[in-house]
Write a protein that binds this ligand. Structure first.
Ligand code: PEP
Ligand code: MG
Length: 587
């Protein structure tokens, strides 16, 4: 870190990825994007106008979120930011910018991006010619709005992060999972954002990469600039800009303590995950990126309980073919040396965006209630079939299981099984080596309707994986990546717990394995409750395995089951939390 000069300032947000990052701020402008320019045909005009309007609508939604966030700031800052954002919001309605851009699409027959660029340069010239310094300064606002529109039109992720120097702390408005996967943890030592919540996929990616991160810190962007010394405390949810020598020293000490704790926990590697009264628990890893495989091996995970396959589809315009996916998956399967790998088929949707699919299907693939997970797979059977073929081939190198995301009805599982059987036959006919016997086919239980019909689903599935992240989101109607409702996102809500219990029991009755792979599985606070509810397989980010194992080894299963029964009689999430925390405190 360079010498500190300015005054120290602290910002609070949500700690979403633990650890302490010390470094230098790099403010990532959600800035200028390279845009294509091309002519369109007469019959494409309406489509192009619709793209423009959709991008404007999305931009207005983003600004509304920023505006709501700004209200939590001190009064004068809130007022100033509010006015600015109001102005941006208005520009995205029927303004000179929007009207002008639409007219150019219609009259000049050019794409929406080109129309915005042309309109912006015309507005800039006319503002500059007025000779009024206040009006000239407003051009920056118009440009900012136009850049936001262009980003939303092109669905462009932030520019590749390969040029970032070591010790970089990335500060930005909002991060997508596709942005996050580009960060090299050797260089990016911390992330701090204005928007985003702990259960969102960008946060999951930060944890996967082991990069400390704080999200939802409202006044952050106004309070730091590129080049500032900065500390991200991803455990406490604090960001300190221009730390004093004393603060810096305290954080360095804390970082050493955390490393020491990690080393201590790592010694549990060879110890079994067994409760005091002898119940065996399977601790598996969630994997989002191949770089995590070393850590998965180090922690001695009993398998991969959830391989999120989206990483193969991110930051590209085309789709990976069978061979490409097979090579990646085969490598992962081989590295697990006989431990099972649960490969989830593509779960694009919600916030996990693949630009090609957005262009093809529109907003439905970005909506939490739209063409997500298995629904999209059936809408693009070619993509699904290729994935199934690649998994079948990888299954010739070690045990794999196939997991279907966002299942809500039994017929979806049946349809997927038909495709699985058909693909297997096709490959066998061609003499290609595939998994033998065929891999088990399971469903994520993450939609409340699926949980409530889990006894029927259990008849069609070979296993269940409970996705408590989406299950909580859909049960409580709380967007998992919206920091403003993050405090309400509570897997201890009795409704969520009942759904978990119901599906765990349905699976056990049908004698199929049931695991849980949402974020709650990796938090030792919930371990006793989950085991008490009957679950024996927990899948989590690999770095959480040691602390969850420690919790398993410190508790008595009979006592946990008893406490779970008491908890399941409660109506109030606060009381449930108290009963659980009291039980944990006895350990
Ligand atoms: C979940 O929803 O709990 C889950 C594990 O899936 P994802 O977080 O990838 O949506
Ligand atoms: Mg999910």
């Amino acid at each position: 870190m360079s010498k500190t000069e300015s005054k120290e300032r602290t910002f609070s947000g949500l700690g979403v990825s633990p650890g302490i990052g010390l470094g230098v701020t790099h403010v990532r402008e959600s800035g200028v994007v390279a845009t294509p320019e091309y002519c369109i045909l007469a019959n494409q005009v309406e489509n192009e106008c619709e793209r423009l309007m959709k991008a404007a609508k999305k931009s207005r939604r983003q600004i509304s979120r920023l505006r709501a966030k700004a209200r939590t700031l001190p009064e004068e800052v809130a007022e100033e930011m509010g006015l600015l954002l109001d102005a941006h919001y208005q520009m995205l309605k029927r303004s000179r910018l929007m009207n002008g851009a639409e007219r150019r699409v219609r009259e000049d027959r050019i794409n929406a991006e080109a129309a915005i660029q042309k309109e912006i340069s015309k507005i800039s010239k006319s503002f500059a010619s007025m000779g009024d310094s206040y009006i000239s300064a407003r051009i920056d606002d118009v440009r900012e709005v136009a850049n936001r529109l262009l980003r939303n039109l092109t669905e462009a992720p932030l520019k590749p992060a390969s040029m970032m120097p070591k010790n970089t702390i990335v500060v930005c408005e909002e991060l997508t999972p596709a942005d996050a996967v580009q960060f090299d943890p050797e260089k990016v030592h911390g992330i701090a954002t204005l928007l985003g919540g702990p259960e969102g996929h960008a946060a999951i990616m930060a944890r996967a990469l082991g990069i400390p991160a704080v999200m939802g810190a409202p006044d952050l962007l106004a309070g730091t600039k590129s080049g500032d010394n900065i500390i991200v405390d991803g455990g406490a949810g604090k960001v300190t800009v221009n730390p004093t020598a004393k603060t810096l020293e305290a954080y360095r000490r804390r970082r050493v303590e955390l490393l020491e704790e990690k080393r201590r926990l790592a010694r549990l590697r060879r110890q079994p995950a067994v409760t005091l009264d002898g119940a065996k628990v399977g601790l598996q890893a969630n994997v989002e990126l191949p770089v995590q495989m070393d850590l998965v091996r180090q922690t001695n995970a009993a398998g991969i309980g959830l391989l999120r396959s989206e990483f193969m589809f991110m930051n590209r315009d085309d789709f990976p073919g069978v061979e490409e996916q097979y090579i990646i998956l085969r490598d992962m399967v081989e590295r697990m040396a006989g431990n099972p790998v649960t490969i989830r088929t593509l779960d694009v949707g919600g916030e996990k965006i693949a630009p090609g699919l957005v262009r093809e299907f529109g907003e439905s693939v970005t909506s939490a209630l739209g063409l997500r997970g298995i629904r999209l797979s059936f809408a693009r059977p070619d993509i699904f079939e290729n994935q199934i073929k690649a998994i079948l081939r990888a299954g010739a190198h070690g045990p794999v299981r196939i997991l279907l995301p966002m299942v809500s009805t039994v017929s979806e599982v049946r349809q997927a099984r038909d495709i699985l059987n058909r693909m297997a036959k096709r490959l066998k006919r061609r003499g290609v080596a595939i998994a033998d016997p065929l891999p088990p086919l399971g469903a994520m239980i993450e939609v409340p309707g699926a949980a409530l019909s889990s006894d029927a689903l259990a008849q069609a599935c070979d296993f269940f994986a409970i996705g408590s992240n989406d299950l909580t989101m859909y049960t409580l109607a709380i967007d998992r990546s919206d920091e403003q409702v993050a405090k309400l996102f509570n897997p201890l809500h009795p409704a969520v717990l009942r759904l978990i219990q119901f599906s765990a029991e349905a699976g056990l009755r049908a004698r199929i394995p049931v695991s849980i792979c949402g974020e709650m599985a990796g938090n030792p606070r919930y371990t006793a409750l989950l085991l008490g509810l009957g679950l024996r397989e927990l899948s989590m980010t690999a770095s959480s395995i040691p602390k969850v194992k420690q919790r398993v080894r410190s508790m008595d299963l009979v006592a946990a089951e008893h406490r779970a029964r008491v908890i399941m009689d409660q109506m109030d999430a606060g009381r449930i939390a108290m009963l659980l925390d009291d039980f944990n405190a006895l350990a």
